[in-house]
Write a protein that binds this ligand. Sequence first.
Ligand SMILES: *Cc1c(COP(=O)(O)O)cnc(C)c1O
Length: 337
Amino acid sequence: MTDPFSAPFGSLFGDSMTVAHLADGAFDYPGAAQAFENFSMHPGTHVLHYGSACFEGLKAHRQSDGSLAIFRLDDHVERMRQSIGRLRMVVPESDLIRTMIVDAVEANASFTPDAPGSLYIRPTFIGTTPNIGAAASPSDTGILYVICSPVGDYFAGGIRPLTIYVETKVPRTTPQFGMVKSGANYVMALGPTLDAKRDHGADQVLFATGDDITETGASNFFLVDDDRLITRQLDESFLHGVTRNSVITLAAELGYEVEERPLATAELADWASTGEIFLSGTAAVVAPVGTVVVGDAPVMVGDGQPGENTLKIREALTAVLTGNAPDNNGWRTAVDG
Ligand SMILES: *Cc1c(COP(=O)(O)O)cnc(C)c1O
């Protein structure tokens, strides 16, 4: 297989998957992984027309002792159930999603690259009712499945500080979909992100609708300095990142004062001269921001390079991911392989 450290993130796949079919209100899971294969579907399938889909993204990491562990499995299972519920579809029992993830990881374990690589896990749920008239009803049949992708370091060739453009007008998504992890949200954020790339050289857009900073298209947002870690307080308008929660927990353990509160764009320029800014998410873990573009003005964050507090938090989290630090919070689930 192609080396996961040179392939684009998410472009390689393990050879097995787990699949459960929803029909008559119940999920039918055969109880074991099967060969990775294509789905065949009716061209009128619900998900292809009406967006009945959501997913999760989590990782299994090779531990320093050679064993394999999934990070924050139960938190991702519960968030998937929340997403499916908000799509108004039949919500699977936690145990089913959990078992299907563990089975998929164990079947694909041999594909897991050593740290800083990992096995990226993608549980997915799609509505499969073949009816293009069912626009105003949820799909009552569906497929729940889990695939795995061997991934290298998100920052191949070293951590590169990101440029983010602050968007105060166009929202990331709709209010009722803020907490749903769905492809629909990503395609909505795509236009503003491509425009910001073209017009401002931005890697990502920080959404701050009505001057209320929430998150980027795919990651949560943090300010940090030597004393404090600041991030937007949770509500239904944005995705509650599991990495966000891990960062907050570890930063508090490291002695940072954690503030969860509203954040306005006017704070950013001041903060950039004294503090650090970073993004969090499962794929990149902790990603330093080197430049914020507010309006037409690019503002350099510190000297534009990754700051020491950002790197300290990133290292603390990486150590827990890979078994190089004790699992004080019960975040690792050991699996076979
Ligand atoms: C997945 C996702 C995140 C990051 O969540 P993690 O659980 O930390 O991976 C942030 N924002 C959006 C919109 C997401 O879809």
